[in-house]
Design a protein around this ligand. Structure first.
Ligand code: DC
Length: 217
């Protein structure tokens, strides 16, 4: 059985992680960060010096790698051969290579299966690029969080992270398999001039109209 899924898509640094985390906490749902899964596979490929653009090398890598999705403290956690890469997930080399790995259909197939598996176990807030369009196209709860390129670049810089968000978005939007796009039935929220709390309130208001209420006020 699939539980309720709230799909949160959007470009890099649009604020969707902070919004998804807080939303999940308020609803009592599990927060699933699918970007972290693509980052973890990227980290693993880089550790083993596998070229992220080499489809057959990546396919072979996946055949010999254990990927596990679990839940800890209300959030999904993701282990590659039993290891959680933690801070390495947001390192500059991973930021630079993750869009290449995410464009590989073999990677997407494997990770989408794990993402769907999570939603069979718990009600979830799932954050990513293709959640409303490909992973859970049937969910009636879809949000697309956007922000201007300037605001997004400033947010990453403010976190002290080097992350080429504009280049990543261009690659994520142009790829053939499951590109970043707005689902036809998604509610679009521009977070450029809104706080995380304001976006969460907006989403909760819309969910309330569909009978989903926050456990934590
Ligand atoms: O959300 P994020 O910036 O941490 O995601 C890292 C990369 O992973 C992003 O540039 C594209 C890819 N990604 C994806 O292709 N599909 C998803 N559902 C989530 C992330």
């Amino acid at each position: 059985m699939q539980h309720t899924v709230i799909a949160i898509d959007g470009p890099a640094a649009s604020g969707k992680s902070s919004v998804s985390r807080e939303l999940a906490q308020r609803l009592g749902y599990v927060y699933v960060n699918t970007g972290a899964m693509y980052r973890a596979v990227t980290w693993h490929a880089l550790q083993l010096a596998v070229d992220p653009s080499d489809a057959s090398a990546i396919e072979h890598l996946l055949e010999t790698t254990s990927l596990e999705c679990g839940v800890s403290d209300g959030r999904s956690c993701f282990l590659v051969n039993g290891v959680d890469p933690n801070e390495a997930l947001v390192s500059p080399p991973v930021n630079a290579a993750v869009s290449k790995i995410a464009s590989q259909p073999v990677v997407r197939r494997r990770l989408v299966d794990l993402q769907r598996g999570c939603a069979e176990l718990f009600p979830t807030v799932v954050e990513g690029r293709d959640i409303g369009t490909v992973v859970f196209p049937g969910t009636p709860h879809k949000f697309y969080i956007d922000a201007s390129p300037e605001v997004r670049a400033a947010r990453r810089a403010g976190q002290g992270l080097h992350d080429p968000v504009v280049q990543r978005d261009a690659m994520d939007s142009a790829r053939q398999d499951s590109p970043l796009m707005i689902a036809r039935d998604a509610v679009v929220i521009d977070s450029s001039n809104l706080s995380v709390g304001e976006v969460v309130s907006d989403v909760l208001k819309q969910l309330q109209g569909k009978g989903i209420t926050a456990k934590v006020q």
